[in-house]
Design a protein around this ligand. Structure first.
Ligand SMILES: Cc1cc2nc3c(=O)[nH]c(=O)nc-3n(C[C@H](O)[C@H](O)[C@H](O)COP(=O)(O)OP(=O)(O)OC[C@H]3O[C@@H](n4cnc5c(N)ncnc54)[C@H](O)[C@@H]3O)c2cc1C
Length: 505
């Protein structure tokens, strides 16, 4: 068995050192063109001569959007000898539908999509999954720290005063310099990564409502306080979205639409296509011989042998897997220090109808200084039932008998007594999910320029890295997960093609 050189492939499924060697000897390259053309090219590559029938082409670890997208691409390329190993007893990872009575659902994890997220839109189109607009009509209710309430129609967005407008203008200007695929290469990367977004904003002297608006926007997409987020990181996200408004906005922004049947449905449809190649409740514990042509992937009860492994899990979760031999030092350090401290918690109250709409409310409630970050209308498109979802702080009671009425009383103050008459309550605490660890991975000051990020997506031996964190745009979003799955499949196919070519030499 041959040992594989480390980092022998480029990150973009481009020409590897080994492929360059082959090119120099005049051997045709089937896999150097990115995109569908190279998927098709891979389809014609066979297994290495004398290949062991018990050795799979690929093991995919993780049945979230990234892993399942990669698996679908492998199938489309005719590479059917793979398995997808999923630790949980369900697919979807950080997308999860609360299943409600009457066949309805409410998303407990990722849910919104918007312009520029072409990968997730394309995937849904291919799978025949529709979208519908987020409900935005009417007045939002604000509850001040002293308990007083007022309502305002902000046109389906968070309110923005003139000072915040100046901040946003500057952020948009700075973001143009920060390439989202490699923010650490920006001209002033070190300077921009040395401070938090809050430190950057301080000299502007924002009023409390503007501060709340900025902080909330960030909390809803990153789930942590804007004091904890690197300015460089925030700019890299504005860069891929196109502007702050497109990142944080609803109409015209990343929260513009929802997915029919809920976001987890995408993974359920993908999983149905994969059939019994998917193994649920099968956590991967260790990976050995990743530097060889055949890798061993160990679960509690079995060992899967394969030529390529797609790790479709976040860097922090990769750190829970034991590798033998040890991974290169930089990759180890990346996994060990990857920020995974942003638990998110979402609740859902279900009503016979969205009664708040009758009184001109959009179902949005901002509890300033309280324990609810933001409540919003999450009813189905046809409004046949009413659903109020809320992002709440992890410190709130874990007892549904306490939490459900506590929130309902708050909604009653904002939208009327009918809020007390709910038929179902659901609570999802992402901090409690062992196979998730963190809702998303906002990066703290200094991390992007620590020198570790170069190890984020460069394949190592037979290991290919996927998961939304590794995307080049829309990292932390469902779209980023899908993009990373496509790239990882291509890299794995390139690896398989290289092995087949080597065997022919
Ligand atoms: C509360 C919340 C709100 C969000 N809101 C949005 C939103 O509105 N829009 C948006 O686009 N995105 C949103 N996101 C983010 C989005 O859901 C994620 O970016 C995306 O789902 C990540 O997909 P993934 O495949 O990269 O990773 P994951 O979904 O984390 O999938 C990884 C899978 O790997 C499994 N796994 C982990 N370790 C192992 C192991 N050792 N062995 C086997 N399996 C393993 C896990 O169980 C999981 O199923 C939100 C997320 C949360 C939690």
């Amino acid at each position: 068995m041959k040992s594989k050189p480390i980092n022998e492939r480029s990150t973009d499924a481009g020409i590897s050192r080994r492929q360059m060697l082959l090119a120099a000897t005049g051997t045709a390259l089937a896999t150097t063109v990115a995109g569908t053309a190279s998927l098709a090219a891979n389809k014609v590559m066979g297994k290495p001569e004398g290949a062991d029938a018990n050795v799979l082409d690929v093991v995919v670890i993780g049945a979230g959007l990234a892993g399942l997208t990669a698996a679908r691409d492998l199938m489309q390329a005719g590479r059917n000898a793979f398995v997808v190993l999923e630790a949980n007893d369900r697919v979807g990872g950080r997308t999860l539908n609360h299943k409600l009575a009457g066949g309805h659902y409410s998303e407990a994890g990722g849910q919104w999509v918007g312009p520029g997220q072409t990968a997730v839109y394309d995937l849904c189109r291919e799978l025949n999954i529709g979208m519908f607009p987020t409900y935005l009509k009417g007045k939002s209710v604000y509850r001040a720290a002293d308990g007083s309430m007022y309502a305002e129609d902000a046109g389906g967005t968070f309110s923005v005063g003139p000072e915040l407008e100046k901040v946003i203008e500057k952020l948009n200007e700075l973001a143009a310099e920060v390439p989202s695929s490699a923010p650490w290469t920006a001209p002033r990367a070190a300077e921009l990564d040395a401070i938090s977004l809050a430190e950057f904003v301080k000299p502007y002297g924002l009023n409390p409502l503007d501060t709340l608006s900025l902080d909330l926007g960030l909390r809803l997409t990153d789930t942590i306080h804007y004091q904890e987020v690197s300015l460089l990181y925030a700019l890299s996200r504005i860069n891929y979205a196109g502007s702050y408004e497109q990142l944080e906005g609803f109409a015209g922004g990343a929260q513009e639409q929802r997915i029919e049947n809920g976001s987890q449905y995408i993974s359920e449809v993908l999983a149905a296509g994969i059939g019994d190649r998917l193994r649920l409740s099968t956590p991967v514990r260790s990976i050995t011989e990743w530097d060889s042509d055949v890798v061993s992937v160990h679960t509690d009860n079995s060992v899967f042998r394969a030529r390529e492994v797609i790790m479709a899990i976040s860097p922090a979760l990769c750190n829970k897997v034991a590798f033998e031999p040890d991974l290169p030092k930089k990759r180890q350090a990346l996994q060990q220090t990857w920020p995974a401290f942003a638990p998110g918690r979402k609740t859902a109250h279900v009503y016979s109808r969205p009664f708040w709409r009758d009184a001109g409310y959009n179902g949005w409630l901002f509890d300033i200084g309280g324990e609810v970050m933001w409540a919003y209308d999450n009813s189905p498109e046809d409004g046949s039932i009413g659903v109020i979802n809320a992002f709440i702080y992890p410190a709130m009671s874990n007892d549904p008998a306490v939490l459900a009425p506590q929130l309902a009383h708050l909604y009653a103050e904002a939208f009327g007594e009918a809020a007390l008459d709910y038929s179902e309550f659901h609570d999802q605490d992402w901090g409690e999910e062992p196979w998730c660890m963190s809702c998303v991975s906002p990066l703290t000051p200094g991390f992007l320029t620590s020198g570790l990020m170069e190890a984020l997506r460069a394949p190592i031996g037979s290991l290919v890295w996927a998961g939304t964190e590794t995307a080049q745009i829309w990292q932390t979003y469902m779209d980023g997960a899908v993009r990373s799955g496509h790239r990882a499949a291509l890299e794995a196919l390139s690896g398989l093609a290289s092995q087949a070519q080597e065997a022919c030499l």
